[in-house]
Design a protein around this ligand. Structure first.
Ligand SMILES: [Fe+2]
Length: 370
């Protein structure tokens, strides 16, 4: 058994309070989006590099290569990445002490040290990647997103700033928080889960589901009151993720998201209900009953034989609506080749499944969502 909590954690209400606490100055390089910088950081003396000058969606290997070329010409002591998962994942690689490109960095056994301090500040409440060492990039030439854990990818400091959730667009909030829910639910069931990851996962699941119920009961305004709770929940799920990888939902989402250009949180949210319904059907005893019980309590599921994962599906349909797979461009004939591709490219994640998923199971997941 092994459990580690690497970065120091900090929480601040505002960017100004964070900047003062970390004494951000001219030797720091803020890596963020233009809109975030304009909204929250205009008074900062730190240097700045904009993610959106290289990429307008999730990072590809090609875009990160261009970021590497740019940042290697800059002189700074600390890299301060402020953004969603795309920006934080890119920053972990940008802070490495190396002269090779992304393809070289992703080769097995390549583990450069860090050339600068690294501070990661999430502006969404989902990926938890401020506390992990994994970077996930899209490799269009392979047709899949691939993740790699870098030993030096752990930040020195992970900082939760409430203010950054104050202007988050609802769809970004919805899909990112759903991704945190997926992390917590998948890792709770993973064969390598420990009592420590269990504790963080259960707390995250409870907090997010209670928040979702408040959205249903009191409206979307409740997100602002719950901002810190969502940031902490996604961070807790991230702490679990730093120790145990996610499983089948992520495996299927990684491939689908790459082929149909679907943002990560939207893709994982899509596949959560059908995969968990298969788990619950195949192995209704064991740890999944603890998640089922928690869902039953928080969602007030009637004790009349209603499947708690059907109730979860209905809640997600209200809070994090998505489309049918054919609306993303997938066809019936794609199911078997997609399933084969998931099994071919995502073994790193599939080994963490609660129960094994065959190619037929994965094809059935697609059928459920067509
Ligand atoms: Fe995720």
């Amino acid at each position: 058994m092994h459990f580690a909590l690497r970065p120091q954690l900090h929480g601040h209400e505002t960017f100004a309070a964070f900047a003062e606490a970390q004494t951000l100055g001219a030797r720091d390089l803020i890596f963020t989006q233009r809109i975030l910088h304009k909204t929250f950081m205009q008074d900062s003396a730190a240097q700045v590099l904009f993610y959106d000058d290289f990429c307008d969606g999730e990072p590809t290997d090609v875009a990160v290569d261009e970021m590497l070329t740019a940042i290697r010409k800059m002189d700074f002591d600390r890299l301060v990445a402020i953004g969603g998962g795309s920006i934080l994942d890119s920053a972990k690689v940008l802070a490495l002490d190396s002269e090779v490109d992304v393809a070289g960095l992703f080769e097995a056994g390549v583990q450069p040290s860090r050339k600068a301090g690294l501070i990661l500040v999430p502006t969404t409440c989902g990926t938890g990647c401020e506390v992990t060492c994994v970077s996930v990039f899209d490799f269009p030439s392979i047709g899949s997103k691939i993740g790699k854990a870098f030993d030096a990818g752990f930040a020195d400091h992970a900082v939760l700033v409430d203010e950054f959730l104050s202007k988050i667009p609802y769809p970004v909030f919805a899909t990112s928080s759903a991704d945190a829910l997926v992390h917590a639910m998948e890792i709770y069931l993973a064969p390598k889960a420990t009592p420590y990851t269990d504790m963080f996962c259960m707390a995250a699941i409870k907090s997010i589901l209670e928040g979702y119920m408040r959205i249903v009961e009191h409206g979307r305004e409740s997100i602002q009151q719950d901002a810190r709770a969502y940031l902490i929940a996604s961070n807790m799920a991230g702490i679990a993720l730093a120790n145990v990888l996610a499983g089948g939902v992520h495996a299927i989402a990684m491939h689908f998201g790459s082929v149909h250009h679907v943002p990560h949180g939207e893709a994982t949210r899509l596949f959560l209900p059908p995969v968990f319904k298969i788990y619950y059907r195949k192995a209704p005893e064991g740890k999944i009953t603890e998640i089922a019980q928690l869902i039953t309590e928080i969602l007030k599921v009637p004790q009349d034989g209603t499947n708690p994962f059907d109730a979860l599906d209905s809640l997600l349909a209200k809070v994090v609506p998505t489309k049918r797979l054919d609306e993303y461009g997938m066809t019936e004939g794609d199911r078997r080749p997609y399933a084969a591709k998931v099994i071919e490219t995502q073994q790193r994640l599939l080994v963490n499944n609660y129960v094994p998923l065959s190619d037929k199971d994965i094809a059935a997941v697609y059928t459920d969502l067509m």
